[in-house]
Write a protein that binds this ligand. Structure first.
Ligand SMILES: CC(C)(COP(=O)(O)OP(=O)(O)OC[C@H]1O[C@@H](n2cnc3c(N)ncnc32)[C@H](O)[C@@H]1OP(=O)(O)O)[C@@H](O)C(=O)NCCC(=O)NCCS
Length: 144
């Protein structure tokens, strides 16, 4: 298992993983613009067969990062890969002198809530009707 920076040739694999996970079909320019904005904040995990996970983040304010999406392929979940990927991202944040990392999660996404909780993220607030389908989200944050 290798964690590395995103490369343009990963685009189709990342896009497929996001469609599969979140049912979201973003255009390639969306990914490329995020990559251009913060290259070290766009990570993929690959095994010998290809991309199995992705984490995309942005700098949301001075010294603050926001995880925009994180997904591990369904058949690879629960094996510690998400933990590894998030740890690598947090290390990169330390190096970049980032002081806090935030993200939003659907209130119904119990496995992700538990996962982020285990990784030291706290629920900061409830975001009513945060998602397009009307579901609420939780804003979570981890201080570094
Ligand atoms: C949330 C997500 C990124 C976590 O990734 P993951 O690789 O499954 O995470 P890990 O395997 O590191 O940890 C998940 C659980 O497996 C357990 N685990 C860790 N290593 C393990 C191993 N070797 N074998 C079995 N279980 C293990 C962990 O204890 C953890 O338990 P928890 O559910 O109580 O937190 C992943 O489940 C996912 O892609 N979900 C769908 C997308 C999503 O919801 N994204 C977050 C919102 S943006």
């Amino acid at each position: 298992m290798l964690i590395r920076d995103f490369r343009e040739k990963d685009l189709v694999h990342v896009s497929n993983l996001v469609v599969e996970t979140f049912n979201r079909n973003y255009n390639p320019e969306f990914y490329i613009s995020l990559f251009e904005r913060w290259k070290r904040g766009f990570l993929v995990v690959e095994d010998e067969r290809g991309v199995v996970g992705v984490l995309v983040a942005a700098i949301s304010a001075p010294k603050e990062a926001r995880i925009l999406l994180m997904a591990i392929r369904p058949e690879h979940r629960g094996k510690g890969i998400g933990t590894m990927l998030l740890s690598e991202f947090i290390s990169r944040c330390f190096i970049a002198d980032i002081k806090s990392v935030s993200l939003e999660v659907r209130v119904s996404n119990e496995s992700a809530l538990r996962f982020y909780n285990n990784q030291g993220f706290d629920v900061i607030s409830l975001l009513p009707s945060y998602y397009e389908d009307g579901e609420a989200g939780y804003l979570m944050r981890k201080a570094l």
